[in-house]
Design a protein around this ligand. Sequence first.
Ligand SMILES: Cc1ncc(COP(=O)(O)O)c(C=O)c1O
Length: 325
Amino acid sequence: MTRTSQISRAAVGAARAASRPSSGSPGGQFAASFKQTQSPAAQGLAPRNTPSRTTPTLRQPTRQLYNFSTVSLPTAHISSSHNIRNMTTDFKQQPHKLLVIPGPIEFSDGVLGANAAPGMSHVSPAFIPVFGDCIRMLRKVLYAPKGQPMLIAGSGTLGWDAAAVNLVEPGENVLVLNHGYFADSFADCLRAYGANVDELKAKVGGIVDPKDLEQALQKKKYKLVTITQVDTSTGVLAPVKQYSEIIHKTSPNSLIAVDAVCAVASEEIRFDDWGLDVVISATQKGLGVPPGLSVCMLSERAIKTMEAATAFLPTTSRGSAGSPS
Ligand SMILES: Cc1ncc(COP(=O)(O)O)c(C=O)c1O
């Protein structure tokens, strides 16, 4: 049985987010400093068992990658010497044909003008507060005071790879809740890294029945369950909170990864309260800045899993740990 689904506002209206002033919304505030983040990471991205992949120093079994929540980061980049808002007041983009798709969306003058900021080394001490602002603001947008943001040069799709390679070992079971094309592709990505993937497919325009999810979890153990919060192909908004409650109740050890590329800063996501482990997004949709960064949030459970993984996708952690390089 398929429950009546809700079509996401994000799928039909994300473009409107671009017209928000950069200081007037979580996404806009985020955008104002986010644009300067140029991650040095996203290297070594290759499937398991690929001989050319080399990340020797990062593959120690006892590594501890993320302890940023305990680090006190410098603050107030935006109101300091790099006052982006002041720098960009005069910028006006040329009249142009509007881009009316879920993303990349139309960008505000403030965001585009901010891209004209002077260059900054991503391994300099000056970059630390910029990165710190991004971390803090992303935690706000996702209601994730305990979450660990991860920013990688790339796009949303890269978040699928990051989840597949860091959280699942070849042969482990993954359940994909499928509401359309983007779940098909996430499933393909997981299979490419060796996961044993089952899918619960909804009828086009519908959602997976929560009872089917419960039954699937009772029948088999899954290391990871994936949910696409808004599958952009159908516009269907998944009941992430409800699914998450079922997963926690029926299969408490399963990790929960949410593809929220088309939902972050457009739909409600309460990362900590809903008990999510991974949220995957990108800059060019609700966050309202140009494409170029894969934006993820990780739970403590996800980080522990990642630290124990046999393969590893290098990510940028240095800036938020308070050290430039
Ligand atoms: C739900 C969803 N997931 C993943 C992606 C892929 O994101 P990207 O194009 O940033 O790689 C998209 C892109 O539209 C999407 O809508």
